[in-house]
Design a protein. Structure first.
Length: 380
């Protein structure tokens, strides 16, 4: 048994001073007043002014540490991406496969399933971002792989939750490309469905939400702008309290003023941070290859030669800092958007996203400048 002491504790919902966190194995055993630390517990002293918080959960990371999941859909690649993101506070991850063929999707699922069985991997499931998206909003996704969802796809996808009972399957679709009955079948099988890369109307989006769409993938990106006469998908996302929105807070994908407007309209408790990270994150690389084309790393952007954004060059700790310094959010809200909120979206908040008795000891220790000092995954 270990006692982490000396730091402020952010429980996922509130800051506590004068308390210590007790870890027993891979679980949080208790939160106790500093003068109530159990006798015999090993003391781990945290630096003065530091903050101990639930580890960050990233539901959308395409790669990191020089590895791209689409290029290497293997267990080793998944573990390498997780390791690279751990240095920036990431303790939970859904490796993300962007639009690709059916064989690649099956390989990716097997890789994630194997990696999630590795103790301390931090792998919480898989995110398929496509290929059932709009050909009118592909972003950097390869149009040749975008296709309708058929019965073979449905059988493959609905079988995954049973094979990954401890993880989650997140699927990004364009609602206008998938029928309501199919959305309902996927949702009933336990798949978390998100709308993205879409030109769906406001009405179509609301109908899809009623049949099982739970959230929105990198809100505002690969979606039409808000129009007063045709409000479309983004307005449906902001006016519905039952849904969740993933956002990239790098100051590039969405202007900070627009993010402030969105948070004010819907409420910050329905937003969660994602990185949309690509291979250069955690490295000094100047670019990488995607679908055979060169992606350039320039001034915080990852772009094709024609300037199309190709994922993001940001980690979760940087996103948290941006929420505080760029958006003016309280630290508590920024930390929740990186931990508890994604856990709630993924229906994993019964074991992740809080410092609470019985929760897994996935933790991040932050310094006074919100730099990552240390992470723990399953208590290690």
């Amino acid at each position: 048994m270990r006692a982490l002491t000396g730091a402020r504790l952010f429980t996922g919902e509130a800051m506590l001073d004068g308390f210590s966190l007790i870890i027993d194995g891979d679980r949080i055993a208790d939160l106790v007043a500093d003068d109530r630390i159990p006798q015999g517990a090993e003391l781990v002293r945290c630096p003065q002014g530091s903050t101990l918080a639930p580890g960050f959960i990233d539901a959308q990371a395409n790669g990191a540490g020089g590895v791209l999941f689409n290029d290497e859909p293997t267990e080793a690649a998944v573990l390498a991406i997780a390791k690279a993101l751990r240095r920036s506070g990431g303790t939970g991850l859904l490796p993300t496969l962007i639009t690709d063929d059916r064989a690649k999707m099956a390989q990716a699922a097997e890789a994630v399933n194997a990696a999630s069985s590795t103790p301390g991997s931090g792998i919480l499931g898989i995110h398929f971002e496509g290929p059932f998206i709009s050909p009118n909003r592909p972003g950097v996704h390869n149009p040749q792989y975008i296709r309708p969802l058929d019965e073979e796809d449905i059988a493959f996808l609905t079988g995954l939750p049973e094979r990954m009972p401890q993880g989650r399957v997140l699927l990004t679709i364009a609602p206008e490309e998938v029928e309501d009955s199919v959305i309902a079948r996927l949702a009933e099988a336990g798949i978390v469905i998100s709308a993205g890369h879409t030109v769906a109307s406001f009405e179509r989006t609301c109908a899809a939400v009623g049949h099982g769409v739970r959230g929105f993938t990198h809100l505002f990106n690969a979606m039409p702008p808000i129009n007063s006469h045709q409000p479309a998908v983004t307005t449906a996302a902001l006016t519905g309290r039952e849904t969740w929105c993933g956002i990239i807070v790098d100051g590039i994908h969405v202007h900070p003023a627009v993010l402030k407007m969105a948070l004010s309209a819907k409420g910050a408790d329905r937003f969660f941070l994602v990185t949309d990270a690509m291979p250069p994150v955690g490295t000094d690389a100047t670019g990488f290859e995607l679908y055979g084309q060169r992606i350039l790393r320039r001034d915080g952007r990852l772009v094709t030669e024609d300037g199309t954004l190709a994922g993001a060059d940001i980690d979760m700790a940087s996103a948290v800092r941006n929420c505080v310094h760029m958006l003016g959010l309280p630290l508590e809200e920024a930390l929740a958007m990186a931990s508890l909120r994604p856990a709630e979206f993924l229906r994993l908040d019964d074991r992740f996203g809080r410092l609470a008795r019985g929760y897994r000891a996935d933790l991040v220790l932050l310094g006074q400048d919100l730099e990552v000092l240390k992470t723990w995954v399953a208590g290690e």
